[in-house]
Design a protein around this ligand. Structure first.
Ligand SMILES: [Zn+2]
Length: 333
């Protein structure tokens, strides 16, 4: 176990609080945050067990034993170090759901910079600008470490399983995936994990909608927006200066996403979906354009060179000027 995780565990369960919950009575000593009471580790009639609440440490002048919370659990319950840590993890109150996703995002953001293969993947996909990586909250789930991290923070196995962060075998469900937090008005509703290996490319948390449009908070004020399918389409267009780009995380929009596009009268929505050979992206684009136009939203369809999506077009060398030309040539139905 990592030292930092142990420190967090001890912060989550202050030593004095732990003792008081077990009906340890004490009196304050002087002005310091120090308390003295009967020793829970040996029989005595005169109090000689001291707790420093600020340092989170105890010492008994009667039996000469002292240490931190984990040491106290080892001595009082006769457990090993490892068993004591596991015991204490069960004592931490279960925190609420939005909190756990925020912790996942923070954890993954730290991991990104510790795993060169993840950064390399972002570069291969054309996402190189550190400011945009930061702004989008991009992280990396290496697999095999998230469960341990969250368990140490007090999250129970069943809770992580219910959210879908681990599978019934206890393994991280997000493994070797670049992680994009999906927020609406700042609130984290879901995670999108893009595989950097051979696993199925796309993964969301189960039993949750993909929610609204990706990065909509920073785009919603624009009178003209560019709608793309994928997060890497969005990333390269942002880098090229088209900050009014949003992503539907696929070519099929949720009702929330559709309503968001329609929520400003007179908005112009450029649809820049994939020009793939199956034509699925183009069919979806035409269908969406018709629906938007029926709501009074002008929705020109952007034609990219055959076989390209905005991401691959950028990787093939397209410049901001090339994209601007495509936008100018976009036509309404
Ligand atoms: Zn003692």
């Amino acid at each position: 176990m990592i030292t930092g995780d142990l420190e967090l565990l001890k912060q989550r369960i202050p030593l004095l609080h732990y003792l008081q919950q077990r009906h340890w009575t004490a009196r304050r000593v002087g002005a310091h945050p120090e308390f003295v009471g009967l020793c829970p580790l040996h029989p005595e009639t005169h109090p000689s067990f001291y707790v420093n609440a600020r340092k989170n440490l105890f010492y008994c002048h009667g039996c000469g034993r002292g240490g931190d919370l984990i040491r106290l659990v080892e001595l009082s319950l006769g457990l090993s170090f490892r068993q004591s840590v596991a015991y204490l993890q069960q004592q931490i109150p279960a925190p609420s759901d939005p909190g756990v996703l925020e912790r996942v995002v923070s954890f993954c953001q730290l991991q990104l910079h510790r795993h060169p293969q993840a950064v390399q993947y972002l570069q291969q996909r054309g996402l190189c600008d550190p400011a945009i990586i930061e702004e989008l909250g991009v992280g990396y789930a290496p697999g095999g470490s998230l469960r341990n991290h969250l368990t140490t923070q007090g999250y129970a196995f069943d809770q992580l399983l219910a959210i879908g962060l681990i599978n019934p075998q206890g393994r991280d469900t997000f493994c070797r995936r670049v992680i994009f937090p999906l927020r609406q008005q700042g609130l984290l509703g879901n995670l999108y994990g893009r595989s950097i290996g051979s696993a199925f490319p796309h993964r969301f948390l189960p039993r949750r909608s993909k929610g609204g449009l990706f990065a909509w908070d920073s785009v919603s004020c624009c009178s003209s927006v560019i709608l793309v399918e994928g997060v890497f389409d969005l990333a390269v267009l942002w880098q090229a200066g088209f900050r009014n780009t949003t992503s539907a995380l696929g070519s099929h929009l949720t009702s929330t996403q559709f309503d968001q596009l329609c929520n400003a009268p007179g908005r112009l929505v450029y649809i820049a979906f994939d020009q793939d050979e199956s034509l699925a992206g183009q069919h979806a684009a035409q269908e969406l354009a018709a629906r938007l136009e029926s709501m009074g939203i002008a929705a020109p369809i952007v034609r990219l060179p055959a076989g390209h999506d905005p991401n691959s077009y950028y990787l093939a060398g397209a410049t901001a000027a090339d994209f601007a030309t495509c936008l100018q040539a976009a036509q309404r139905l």
